[in-house]
Design a protein around this ligand. Structure first.
Ligand code: SF4
Length: 302
């Protein structure tokens, strides 16, 4: 249903949306270190890796510590990938740490240690998908791109398309709409990208949109049709307790806290279900997050 043809926003409607959202952003944006004009492209790239699946409040301390330790791609690339996994701490989805390390290595090898400003070169880095490439090109280099994350899709679904929620993943129609809404001037386009994302994060939130405080409430298509309830496929939250993800997190925490190889029996202590524990450990090894050693010992990747 979300790929059905949609009316294109008129130029006047787009201009009104831009004006309202950009003005709101100037007055309400959070002060975040990766938005500081002095933040390097590397800092922006690090923030985007961390923010992919982790909320801002949890990212902030890790981001600061990471950049103090590794202020450039070369400083990270010079250390073993296991150090990246250790420093990733409890941000979750730790394969991102390995990918960020691999991206830093590729930046050193292919680009002389400087994060490239070219969208295709960004997209070719390990762990960098369409969203991250457009986000870095836009936020770090001020380029004109449609930067489409979950927050942006939700804002556009409501304000422009008139539905309660977007589909579970970005559809061709979502991307087309986002592309149509990008302002022509690159500087304004880059501000629009971050401003529309911020509106989704702070006001047009998934569960309880704060329409009374919203700068586009008078233009919002969803409100204009009476805020109909979501009628798409059922959406399930992600359980964590008792999952393999939790088991992996426990095992990895033991290895992160150790200053050398860990004996298997020390890993066995942190997760009671042996079948699930072995599956989780095998998964960590297969993902390259843990290295098996002789003598039934394990360590972070060297
Ligand atoms: S008016 Fe409400 S639903 Fe519409 S964009 Fe604003 S917060 Fe979202």
């Amino acid at each position: 249903m979300h790929d059905a043809p949609r009316p294109r926003p008129s130029n006047a409607a787009s201009a009104a949306l831009h004006e309202a959202v950009l003005t709101w952003y100037d007055a309400n944006a959070r002060t975040l270190p990766w938005r500081d004009p002095a933040a390097s492209p590397w800092a922006v790239l690090v923030s985007e890796f961390m923010l992919q699946q982790t909320p801002v409040a949890r990212v902030l301390p890790s981001y600061t510590a990471w950049l103090e330790r590794w202020p450039t791609p070369a400083t990270l690339a010079a250390e073993p990938p296991g150090e990246a996994v250790r420093a990733w701490g409890r941000l979750g989805y730790p394969r991102r740490a390995l990918r960020l390390h691999a991206a830093a290595t590729a930046i050193v090898e292919r680009h002389g240690g400087e994060v490239p400003d070219d969208h295709a070169a960004l997209l070719a880095l390990p762990g960098v998908g369409t969203y991250t490439a457009t986000a870095v090109a836009s936020f770090a280099f001020g380029q004109r791109h449609a930067v489409v994350d979950t927050n942006v899709r939700r804002v556009f679904a409501r304000a422009v398309t008139g539905v309660a929620l977007p589909g579970p993943s970005a559809s061709a129609a979502d991307l087309r709409l986002a592309a149509e809404l990008v302002p022509g001037d690159p500087r304004t386009a880059a501000r629009w990208a971050v401003a529309s994302m911020e509106l989704g994060a702070l006001v047009c939130t998934a569960r309880t949109p704060r329409c009374a405080d919203c700068p586009v409430r008078g233009l919002c298509a969803w409100r204009l049709v009476g805020s109909p309830a979501y009628d798409g496929p059922a959406r399930r939250g992600q359980a964590y307790d008792g999952t393999d993800r939790q088991a992996r997190g426990r095992l990895l925490a033991v290895l992160r806290d150790a200053h050398g190889p860990v004996a298997k029996h020390d890993l066995d202590r942190v997760w009671a279900d042996a079948v699930q524990r072995e599956r989780a450990l095998d998964g960590l090894v297969a993902d390259g997050l843990v290295e098996p050693l002789t003598g039934d010992r394990y360590r972070l990747p060297a």
